[in-house]
Design a protein around this ligand. Structure first.
Ligand code: NAD
Length: 356
């Protein structure tokens, strides 16, 4: 298969971790007979330095004219003072909105080899954590009207949380289709006992659930979900929720698995094209030192193969390679523990690629 991948290395550790992910993708091509063409663009701080803004039209065009986008991370203290419209993060929002990426998929999986890194009790961790958080990305309170006004002699702030049926319907389909590639269970999270937007959410999710009789669908209130994630995370397969709840719950679910450098994510819209990136930032404190953990980016590339290119065996091979390397005791600094073998970012990439 031939695929064109737009590559955004970005800032800080971005170039180091993306280089390792490409090393692994190249090995997949060699092993499975595919051709991946990489078109590299500048976005984020490096684009501000080169062009005076974090995303040029030509760069955005390349994101719209490809099979998927692979991103490292953008931003850093160097650009903290720049105007809001050209900030590094504005590039990501620009790409997400132009590509119509309304679904954010974040797997939270505990690698048994790294169980000690989880802040949860060993008896909870022993049952395993392997869930997929599906968060609605371009609706709800973050995109409603925000205003701060004076009413009755005091300042009052409003944030409007709005959802329309079509916004709920499309993310619900994403969740059910994702569940079919996993353990066929969806927990839909809302606050239907209080919020109108949640009551609509629940009604529409139930309508969509009827189209997927093979997938078990259950409702859970958001406050209970926050508790269940730390009490019994092994009960979750796919969790689908709106933007604000998803922002909070996805960070909680990442935290319980321990290491930020291991975590992948995908942003998807209609069709197969998506943007894939690790959940962490550009880690300026360790940039340029060959210390970063590239596994989150490598697993993001595996998600790209699974969700955008339908290359299931290839994605499985990458995940198995990561597992094998961890099994052999290789660790980057962030996941290092006693008795393990410490490796650099590039060594970790090479080790994973060799296992493909
Ligand atoms: P961060 O995720 O970059 O770093 C937090 C801590 O985790 C640091 O100690 C860092 O060294 C460590 N870390 C992160 N990724 C790692 C990896 N792969 N291997 C080893 N250690 C790793 O968060 P931050 O420090 O709050 O943000 C730094 C910059 O990144 C900021 O400019 C922020 O705006 C930006 N950021 C970008 C994105 C993105 O591009 N999607 C996301 C979050 C933050």
């Amino acid at each position: 298969m031939n695929k064109t991948i737009t590559v955004i290395k970005g800032d800080g550790i971005g170039p180091e971790i993306v280089t390792e992910a490409l090393k692994v993708l190249d090995k997949v091509c060699e092993k499975y007979g595919h051709t991946f063409t990489y078109q590299e663009i500048l976005a984020g701080g490096c684009a501000i330095d080169a062009y005076g803004r974090s995303l040029t039209e030509e760069a955005l065009e390349k994101c719209l004219d490809c099979d998927s986008v692979l991103l490292g991370a953008v931003g850093g203290p160097k650009w903290d003072g720049v105007a809001k419209e050209i900030r590094p993060e504005a590039a990501l929002l620009g790409i997400r909105s132009a590509m119509g990426l309304y679904a954010n998929l974040r797997p939270a999986r505990l690698f048994p080899q790294l169980a000690d890194a989880s802040p949860l009790k060993p008896e909870i961790v022993a049952k395993g954590i392997d869930l997929m958080m599906v968060r609605e990305l371009i609706g709800g309170a973050y995109f409603g009207e925000h205003k701060t006004v004076e009413e009755n002699g005091e300042i009052v702030a409003h944030d409007d949380m709005t959802y329309s049926e079509h916004e709920v319907r499309r993310i619900a389909h994403t969740a059910f289709q994702t569940a079919r590639k996993r353990d066929s269970r969806v927990i839909s999270v809302d606050k239907a006992n209080v919020l109108d937007s949640s009551r609509l959410w629940r009604k529409v999710v139930h309508e969509v659930a009827a189209e997927y009789p093979d997938v078990i669908c259950t409702d859970m209130l958001v406050d209970n979900t926050a508790m269940q994630l730390v009490k019994n995370p092994s009960q979750f397969d796919v969790v689908v929720t709106e933007n604000l709840f998803g922002d909070i719950l996805s960070d909680e679910s990442s935290m319980i698995t321990g290491s930020i450098g291991m975590m992948a994510s995908a942003s998807l819209g209609d069709g197969t094209r998506g943007m894939y990136e690790p959940i962490h930032g550009s880690a300026p404190d360790i940039a340029g030192q060959n210390l970063a953990n590239p596994i989150g980016t490598i697993l993001s590339a595996a998600m790209m193969l699974r969700y955008s290119f339908d290359m299931i065996a290839e994605a499985d091979a990458i995940e198995a390679a990561v597992n094998a390397v961890l099994d052999e005791g290789y660790r980057t600094g962030d996941i290092m523990s006693e008795g393990m073998k410490k490796v650099s970012c590039s060594e970790m990439g090479t080790l994973v690629a060799e296992k493909i």
